[in-house]
Write a protein that binds this ligand. Structure first.
Ligand code: MN
Length: 135
């Protein structure tokens, strides 16, 4: 995968301070769903969070991995990920590649909540999740 960040004419490039090396571009908004394109720099990640709304994700470029509840899976272009309501989730780019993905959410949605100490203990008790969170 070569080339820079995917961009769309007229779409503002937003930084996401809750993540690391994370940008957001809102491609569609104002109707029933919002369609966003997120891109993580190599080594970047989205915040670990959960919320009542769902995510429908399609990877467009790069390489990385995601956590959805208690499952970690590698990610490559065209992969589809559904994040159910209240599932803990995080997306991480590979150390040597970016990760760019579309994420579709309901236009009306709740805010993400970060895990508390007890949630982190429970998540880290799963070896693959512990490895993912420390990667
Ligand atoms: Mn989320």
């Amino acid at each position: 995968m070569s080339g820079g960040l995917l961009r769309w004419p007229g779409v503002e490039l937003l930084t996401e301070p809750r993540g690391r090396g994370m940008t957001k571009q809102v491609l569609f908004a104002g109707a029933d769903v919002d369609v966003r394109y997120f891109e993580l720099e190599p080594g970047g990640w989205t915040p670990l969070e959960h919320h009542g709304h769902t995510h429908r994700v399609m990877v467009l470029r790069g390489r990385g991995a995601c956590l959805v509840e208690d499952t970690v899976r590698p990610l490559a272009p065209q992969d589809l990920v559904f994040v159910p309501s209240w599932a803990w989730h995080q997306f991480r780019a590979a150390a040597d590649a970016p990760l760019g993905f579309l994420c579709i959410v309901p236009a009306e949605r709740d805010a993400g909540l970060a895990p508390g100490p007890a949630d982190l203990v429970r998540l880290r008790a799963i070896p693959a999740v512990a490895d993912f969170l420390s990667s």
